[in-house]
Ligand binder design. Structure first.
Ligand SMILES: [Fe+2]
Ligand SMILES: [Fe+2]
Length: 249
C-alpha cells in the first residue's frame, strides 16, 4: 500500500502564529508519522503563499523541510515567476509557463497540475497542461494515476469559492474519461475537507492548513476560526483509493 499525504493552502505570509500551524502539520508528518519511512509522497496543493512574493517563497522554502518526496502546486494566491525565482533561479524556461510536475513511483503516478491563471482567482487546466499530462500518463505504463491541482472543477456548496472555481471544465472532463487508470482527483482551494466525484472519479478536497472556510450555515464570516489545521492521507492499494482526514491541534 502506498501513502500520499496532502497539505494545502499554507498561505505563508510571514507571521508567527500562521507559520505555527504549518510547522505543527509538518512535525506531525515527519515525527509522528515517520516521514519518508511511512509516507511515499507529499502533495502541497497550492496557495503556498498568501501574496506570491519572493520573500514568502523563501519563507516557504526554509520551512518546508522534509525527507518525503514532495510535489508543490500553485494556486490563485501564487505567482509563477516569483515561485521560479526562488525554487529554480537558473531555469531558462518561460517564467510564466504553468508549473506542472509529476512523481513516478514504482506502483503509482502522481501528477501535480497548475490550475492557476495569472492575475485571476478562478482557474483552469489549460490545453498545454492537459497535453503534458497525457504524455506523462502514456509513459507510466499500467500504473494507477492520482491527479492533483488547486481549483475544484465542481461546485462545492460554498458560494464565494464556487464563484472562483475552475472555469468550464469540459476539456478536463474528457481528459479524465480517456484515462481509465486515473483512480482519484485531489485538490485544495476551498479550505474544507470534502468528498465528491468528477467525471465518475472520486474527487477529494483537502482541509486548509492556514484556515477553514465557513459553509453558509456555519457563520457569516468567510473564515471559520473554530477549526484547527488539517491534512489528508490518501492510501492507494492497487486501484483502490481510500482517503483519511486529520486535524492537528
Ligand atoms: Fe487558499
Ligand atoms: Fe486558492
Amino acid at each position: 500500500m502506498l501513502v500520499v499525504a496532502q497539505i494545502s493552502d499554507l498561505h505563508f505570509r510571514g507571521d508567527t502564529e500562521h507559520r505555527g500551524r504549518i510547522l505543527a502539520v509538518l512535525d506531525y508528518l515527519q515525527n509522528r508519522c515517520g516521514g519518508a519511512a511511512n509516507i511515499d509522497a507529499l502533495l502541497v496543493t497550492g496557495d503556498l503563499t498568501d501574496e506570491g512574493t519572493a520573500e514568502q517563497y523563501r519563507e516557504a522554502a526554509d520551512a518546508l523541510v522534509t525527507d518525503i518526496p514532495t510535489l508543490t502546486l500553485l494556486g490563485n494566491h501564487d505567482d509563477r515567476a516569483a515561485y521560479r525565482s526562488v525554487t529554480a533561479p537558473d531555469d531558462a524556461a518561460d517564467p510564466y509557463a504553468p508549473v506542472d510536475t509529476a512523481l513516478l513511483l514504482d506502483d503509482l503516478l502522481v501528477l501535480g497540475l497548475d490550475s492557476s491563471i495569472p492575475g485571476r482567482n478562478d482557474g483552469e487546466l489549460s490545453e498545454q497542461t492537459l497535453a503534458w499530462a497525457d504524455e506523462q500518463i502514456a509513459a507510466a505504463g499500467e500504473r494507477p494515476v492520482i491527479v492533483s491541482f488547486h481549483h475544484p472543477p465542481v461546485k462545492v456548496g460554498m458560494p464565494f469559492m464556487d464563484s472562483i472555481a475552475q472555469l468550464d471544465p469540459t476539456a478536463f472532463d474528457a481528459f479524465v474519461r480517456r484515462h481509465p487508470r486515473i483512480i482519484g482527483l485531489v485538490c485544495g482551494h476551498i479550505h474544507s475537507p470534502s468528498a465528491t466525484a468528477f467525471a465518475e472519479v472520486p474527487l477529494l478536497t483537502a482541509p486548509g492548513v492556514s484556515s477553514t472556510l465557513n459553509l453558509p450555515f456555519e457563520g457569516d464570516d468567510v473564515l471559520n476560526e473554530s477549526q484547527p489545521a488539517g491534512m489528508a492521507f490518501h492510501l492507494i492499494d492497487g486501484d483502490r483509493l481510500v482517503t483519511h482526514f486529520r486535524s492537528v491541534i
